[in-house]
Design a protein around this ligand. Sequence first.
Ligand SMILES: [Zn+2]
Length: 106
Amino acid sequence: MDCKLNTIVIYTKTNLLIKQVWKETCREILGANYRGEITSGMDGTHDEESGHYHGRALDFKKDMPEDFWEPLRKRAQGKLNKLKKGKYLVLVERTHFHIQRQKNSF
Ligand SMILES: [Zn+2]
């Protein structure tokens, strides 16, 4: 899974995990040919409290039909819930998917 041009991503353990889980989820639901893309890491404008500025949040392209949004969100959330390495949140935003590890959650 590549990054959008000019995206700044810091590969903390958390971000690597988020990327891995999203990649797996997309493969399972959309098939092995789905490429996907990271659309934001540290860059962009986010909430001050956002995990983006702390290496614990990534945004992903929302380029599949709407019917897939919720199944993707649910499956990724389910996988992250099973990890027990912190609390994660998967959101379907207007223009992208947002995944982050919650603050102070290990
Ligand atoms: Zn985000």
